[in-house]
Design a protein around this ligand. Structure first.
Ligand code: GSH
Length: 203
């Protein structure tokens, strides 16, 4: 199979980038910082990354791409069955379907022309929602080694990517412990180097 990943440096697409590195499969990585470029919009009319071309067929939605890749190649990053798989998917979706959209509301707000008071009120509300999600992860990681349990999974990788988005939230000591470990993996380091991203969230 041939893989072509379209990414924007440091965006959620970095999780797919890390997973492809982890799997050791050949792929081409395209820096698609101009998400509204006509050629890219033809592949994804929503103008978003990640987008993975699999033998030329565009596949969208990061969590779907990650799950499918991990189901297609040998790895230890997604248990194949049972409760272990349910927990890994639960926390992958915590990142993809809860934390990511909560962060996106802040990015959306920064593009609006609301008056300062409205912006400040909405910002306070949105940050509180994001912080509550991080607090969930911290409570979980106070009890387990990784988000899904004893084993590092794709959920920890996606969490590490989102943690580096420089939003004004507090990340707990247990989250930082996992961030340090996950980002030290050669696959993560390689993606940071290619995308030219500095990792600050684990400090
Ligand atoms: N649910 C989608 C969300 C994709 C998404 O929001 N990607 C962001 C980067 S993290 C993006 O492309 N933003 C640009 C935009 O929406 O204009 C997924 O998981 O693939």
């Amino acid at each position: 199979m041939s893989y072509k990943l379209y990414y924007k440096p440091g965006a959620c697409s970095m999780a797919v980038h890390v997973i492809l590195n982890e799997l050791g499969v050949p792929f081409t990585a395209i820096n698609q910082s101009d998400l509204k470029a006509p050629d890219f919009m033809k592949l994804n009319p929503r103008g978003q990354v990640p987008l993975l071309l699999v033998d030329g067929e565009p596949i969208k939605e990061g969590a779907a791409i990650i799950t499918w890749l991990l189901d297609s190649h040998a790895n230890d990053l997604l248990p194949q069955s049972g409760i272990a798989r349910a927990k890994a998917l639960e926390w992958l979706m915590w990142g993809n379907a809860s934390l990511h959209p909560a962060c996106s509301r802040m990015f959306w707000l920064s593009r609006q022309n609301f008056d300062e008071k409205t912006k400040a009120e909405l910002s306070q509300l949105f940050i509180a929602q994001i912080q509550a999600l991080w607090d969930e992860a911290e409570a979980r990681l106070a009890k387990t080694k990784y988000l899904a349990g004893d084993q590092v999974t794709a959920a920890d990788i996606l969490m590490a990517v989102i943690a580096n988005w420089s939003l004004p939230v507090t990340l707990g000591a247990n989250i930082k412990r996992v961030l340090k470990e996950v980002t030290a993996r050669p696959a993560y380091q390689k993606a940071l180097a290619i995308e030219q991203i500095e990792y600050k969230a684990a400090a």
